[in-house]
Design a protein around this ligand. Structure first.
Ligand code: HEM
Length: 396
């Protein structure tokens, strides 16, 4: 290993708010692509940082299982309660059965059918922000669109959307872990009641689908329904909120790119792809080897944790031209921000449309937007991007 090895510590949350993970990842890609991270508060794990290595491991779901959790977690927290039960935390064949229940709701045709409604949600949110003049783009704009959309799809009555907005904001907020935990328990409690109502009185929505689903000849248990609802709510809101805000920050930091999009709205789809690559909000995804495997010269044993650093894959210089340049015209742009393989993001189409509608609304109204204070980045090894993005907005 070359002498100039920097100190590698990818599990320090402050690295993502105040530090520079990209230089550590660049060094690992070049020098130690299958890096052993020693145990500490977290168990020891292998780090993959190269695009092709991550794609290859993603493709081999028979070796690299999701059922024991997909995020690093201190051993003292025990096993992930969703393990073997939720869409994200199951392996074939159960994963395929669960995914088959909800897949159609997220297909191109279904998302198109929702587009007019999503556009009016985006319009309302931007309108409210303009009336306020200055706001936190994360909480007041980016968080609301995905939350309202997933609530609508899940059959949450509109009168409860603000309540879930408050609870998800508290559950994802930095700060007091106990307050976060309580908010999360309230979300689970909310779905406990909703799924029981929908099981008795099903409607045309995702919670009804899950509450009445039969898999392998058996109804999903109420707990499985609740955990899958939580998976959809968290999946549907957290990453999209941070990507939308991180994308806005990137556009503000690269005014030439924002001008290009404003001047030519046909660039919106490629700009959204670049926002997804650049923000790469899912920082790591984990798998557990269930049989031995070899990656380059390293021997992975059954039971070993293997972590994919997605933002590193998305800056891999062997795959992307000028990877450290934010380019709204980038093509091709085969980023891994939404994962790859069997667990490829269920809401990928939804997320893309939400981002396009949000930036499209700002472009359409000729909104002038500027920073109104220092952005604050999240202290987290799970998701990265803005926690706070104070902006001033003005319609032109
Ligand atoms: C910018 C926004 C988003 C990003 C960056 C993102 C990222 C990801 C990633 C990386 C995965 C793969 C996890 C793995 O490999 O184990 C994933 C899976 C998933 N995502 Fe997203 N996601 C986004 C938006 C959404 C939305 C809007 C939904 C709506 C419900 C959603 C729901 C899910 C679900 C349910 C899974 C698990 C799929 C499975 O395991 O089969 N995501 N997402």
């Amino acid at each position: 290993m070359p002498d100039s090895a920097p100190h590698i510590d990818l599990v320090d949350p402050e690295l993502y708010s105040r530090g520079d993970p990209f230089s550590q990842w660049a060094w690992l890609r070049a020098n130690d692509p299958v890096h052993w991270h020693r145990p500490g508060d977290l168990p020891g794990f292998w780090s993959l940082t190269r695009y092709e290595d991550i794609r290859t491991a993603y493709r081999d779901a028979e070796t690299f299982s999701s059922a024991q959790g997909i995020l690093l977690r201190p051993a003292e927290h025990g096993a992930d309660p969703g393990g073997g039960r939720t869409l994200a935390l199951t392996d074939a064949p159960r994963h395929k059965q669960l995914r088959g229940l909800v897949d159609g709701w997220f297909a191109v045709r279904s998302v198109r059918a929702l587009e007019a409604e999503m556009a009016s949600i985006a319009e309302g949110v931007v309108e409210a922000a303009l009336e306020r003049g200055s706001c936190d783009f994360v909480a007041d704009v980016a968080a609301r669109i995905p939350l309202y959309v997933i609530c609508r799809m899940m059959g949450v009555p509109e009168s409860d959307w603000e309540r879930l907005y408050d609870l998800t904001s508290q559950a994802f907020a930095a700060g007091d872990p106990l307050a976060r935990r309580f908010a999360h328990l309230d979300i689970l409690g909310y779905f406990e009641t909703l799924q029981a109502d929908k099981a008795r009185n099903p409607g045309d929505d995702l919670v009804s689908v899950l509450a009445t689903a039969v898999v392998d000849g058996e109804r999903l248990s109420p707990d499985d329904v609740i955990l899958n609802c939580d998976n959809l709510l968290v999946g549907g809101t957290e990453n999209t909120r941070i990507a939308a805000a991180g994308g806005m920050l990137a556009l503000l930091e690269h005014p030439d790119q924002w001008s290009a999009v404003r001047g030519d709205p046909a660039l919106l789809p490629s700009a959204v792809e670049e926002v997804l690559r650049w923000t790469s909000t899912a920082t790591h995804i984990m798998r557990t080897a269930v049989k031995p495997a070899r990656i380059h010269d390293r021997q992975i044993e059954a039971g070993d944790k293997v972590v994919f650093w997605l933002p590193s894959a998305n800056r891999d210089e062997t795959v992307f031209d000028a990877p450290d340049v934010f380019d709204v015209r980038r093509s091709p742009n085969r980023h891994l921000s939404l994962g790859f393989g069997e667990h490829f993001c269920l809401g990928s189409m939804l997320a893309r449309v939400e981002l396009r509608l949000l930036y499209g609304e700002l472009v359409k109204r000729g909104v002038r937007i500027e920073l109104d204070g220092e952005p604050k980045l999240l202290d987290s090894i799970v998701v990265n991007g803005p926690e706070l993005l104070p902006v001033r907005l003005k319609a032109s």
